[in-house]
Design a binder for this molecule. Structure first.
Ligand code: ATP
Ligand code: MG
Length: 515
């Protein structure tokens, strides 16, 4: 490829709309162009990188024995009604009508379509195990598309779905995908971690995410090198506090705290550290609002909170009117004393003594609050995000926190979709067996952004070798003045093209190359 024939347009200025470096550099280098919110064109230079990612993913999926197919992007509503997700998926699902007023969605994922295929095509245990995959355009009407192609609305995913006769088979298929994903991210030359994850609206039991480590990552990962523990912070568990609660040494006192509606403001006013305060959050509940109480320096974990019975899912903060009804005052002064709704205390509150909390009165807080005397000794639950230095759940080490970009997610689905769709086969004894499924996603487009987040400096992108759009750039100096330079450059160019094409056709023949 000659530069003069490539039509590349680059930008000198940092585009104002781009918050993070990969988005800025992808726009500046002419890899992508924005069409509308969350919609991007992959320009020729960017597409070369995207195809490289795609090829590595395809090669490793084939190597792991998965079979490529291609399902429609547009899916009939009936299939989603059958699984129950037409309602569940909410506004993330782009819905549309055809000319006959039949309803469809643009697929955000393909469990429904593949399970429909399985129930039609699979009859016997002899056809198993099977793993189908595709590399497909998805659409999710994300509430906040951002970071360019990293959280876009239209994106390309590699999604795979395994079918087995029993749980052991499903686990073996899952382990195979775990290994294939590790091989993919190693080949891509990226530093990554595999973490335990929440299964979200996809459902199922076990799931793990693959994260490319980068400071700009949207997810926090808790890990411990001493005992191999790694979990998305969404799922990283804390245990009940083990220590003794110190005895009360202060009297309970209601004090004036004008305008101190936040932990920070209150801390500054009273000269008290956040861990000596209790914060009480009022959230929506199934029947009535629910209070969640945490140490002032700890952050609420929404995934954990919305799993508590009676708490609304997705977790929603109560609105000011509801807060006024349950606490009798403006938001910002809620506290557990005298509160007449269910209160859930985080584990770490159990050994607090002489703490500060809201008094359910405007501009008032209590100091010197103590369990046993002023409040019943709480039964605690796991409500907070872990922090650096917390013990690991096994108790062998302490946690470190890193930031990551989720580039892959593997799930043991079990029989959730196969039961809903009646997808079963006959086993050896002629008995009907519901299929055990797994599903496995990789964000093909997101990988390009993640690779740049992890590999850049002040001068721009430093491509990991397997991703670079061009491997060699020939820069003939003063070619217009020297025939010798022109001829030598031309000869080199022809030779490199020839070798490149040879390599490509070798790879094409075996389908397993590692170029
Ligand atoms: P996230 O938590 O980032 O919203 P998710 O958990 O909803 O992602 P999955 O359903 O697990 O996503 O989809 C599989 C993969 O598809 C993700 O691991 C991610 O790499 C990619 N992906 C998901 N949503 C987007 C998006 N809006 N833009 C680009 N890639 C995405
Ligand atoms: Mg995910």
């Amino acid at each position: 490829m000659r530069y003069s024939e490539f039509g590349l347009t680059t930008l000198k200025e940092v585009p104002a709309e781009a918050e993070i470096v990969s988005h800025q550099l992808m726009l500046r280098a002419g890899l992508i162009r924005r069409l509308a919110s969350g919609l991007f064109t992959w320009m020729p230079l960017g597409l070369r990188v995207l195809r490289k990612v795609e090829n590595i993913v395809r090669e490793e999926m084939n190597r792991a024995g998965a079979l490529e197919l291609l399902m429609p992007a547009v899916q009939p509503a009936e299939l989603w009604q059958e699984s129950g997700r037409w309602e569940e998926y909410g506004p993330l699902l782009l819905r549309m009508f055809d000319r006959s007023e039949r309803e469809y969605c643009f697929g955000p994922t393909h469990e429904e379509v593949i399970t429909d295929i399985a129930r039609r095509e699979l009859r016997s245990y002899k056809q198993l195990p099977l793993n189908f995959y595709q590399i497909q355009t998805k659409f999710r009407d994300e509430i906040r598309p951002r970071f360019g192609i990293m959280r876009s609305r239209e994106f390309i995913m590699k999604d795979a779905y395994s079918f087995d006769l029993d749980k052991d088979g499903m686990r073996a298929a899952y382990d195979k995908m775990h290994a294939a994903y590790s091989a993919i991210f190693e080949r891509l030359g990226l530093t990554f971690r595999v973490v335990d994850a929440d299964s979200g609206e996809i459902g199922g039991s076990r799931s793990q995410e693959f994260h490319v480590l980068a400071d700009s990552g949207e997810d926090a990962i808790a890990y411990c090198d001493e005992d191999d523990y790694a979990s998305n912070i969404e799922m990283a568990a804390t245990e009940p506090a083990g220590g003794e609660r110190p005895a009360a040494s202060q009297d309970l006192e209601k004090i004036a705290t004008p305008g101190a509606k936040s932990i920070t403001a209150l801390g500054e006013m009273l000269g008290i550290a956040p861990h000596q305060m209790l914060k009480t959050l009022i959230v929506e509940g199934d029947e009535q609002p629910v209070a969640l109480a945490l140490r002032g320096d700890h952050e609420l974990n929404t995934v954990k909170a919305q799993k508590i019975p009676g708490v609304a899912s997705p977790l929603t903060m109560a609105d000011p009117a509801a807060i006024r009804t349950v606490t009798g005052c403006e938001p910002g002064f809620a506290g557990p004393i005298g509160l007449d709704i269910p209160v859930y205390y985080d584990h770490a509150t159990a050994d607090m003594a002489d703490f500060v909390c809201g008094a359910n009165e405007i501009d008032r807080h209590y100091t010197g609050t103590n369990f046993e005397r002023d409040l019943a000794v709480p039964e605690t639950v796991d409500l907070r995000n872990v922090v650096e230095g917390d013990p690991t759940p096994g108790g062998k080490g302490t946690l470190c926190i890193a930031r990551g970009i989720e580039v892959g997610h593997i799930f043991q689905l079990g029989a959730k979709y196969s039961t809903a769709f009646g997808a079963s086969v006959l086993d050896k004894d002629g008995k009907d067996r519901t299929l055990e499924m797994g599903c496995y996603g990789i964000g093909i487009t997101r990988i390009v952004g993640a690779a740049i987040e992890q590999n850049h400096d002040d001068s721009g992108i430093i491509w990991p070798e397997p991703l670079t759009p061009f491997n060699v750039v020939l820069v003939p100096i003063n070619m217009h003045r020297s025939d010798a330079v022109r001829e030598a450059a031309e000869a080199l160019y022809q030779e490199l093209e020839k070798r490149g094409n040879m390599l490509k056709s070798q790879r094409g023949e075996s389908g397993k190359g590692r170029a």
